[in-house]
Design a protein. Structure first.
Length: 120
């Protein structure tokens, strides 16, 4: 499911959603991440994933804030061989967010083409 697929929003923009975000994401994977410096825990809904330049990324939406935010993390192998999530560094963040925006726009165009093709 893509971030813009929120059925609670008239304009398909979860940042403006006035319905309960946690309620909408009940069926999604909930991830708790811990800030290594402060020890503070943050909850996210895993709403999408994609690959770019031989790297996997996960799209998360914050659950514990009044105004939800989208966050993209990269999938990495941890020291114990398991998969984990890691924040993007500043150098790659702009490129990765731009790629996800491009993928969402492409999916939206495909959806519009499917809808217009069904009406004929």
């Amino acid at each position: 499911m893509l971030f813009e697929d929120c059925e609670n929003c008239e304009n398909k923009d979860c940042e403006n959603c006035e319905e309960g975000v946690e309620e909408f994401y009940d069926d999604e994977a909930i991830i708790t991440m811990v800030d290594a410096d402060s020890g503070e825990e943050y909850q996210f809904a895993l709403v999408d994933d994609f690959d770019y330049k031989d790297q996997s990324y996960c799209v998360l939406v914050t659950l514990d804030e009044e105004d939800p935010e989208m966050v993209i993390t990269k999938v990495v192998k941890t020291e114990d061989g398991e998969e984990g999530l890691m924040s993007l560094d500043e150098a790659e963040a702009d490129e990765i967010y731009a790629e996800y925006d491009r993928l969402c726009e492409e999916a939206e165009l495909e959806d519009e083409e499917d809808i217009s093709g069904e009406e004929e």
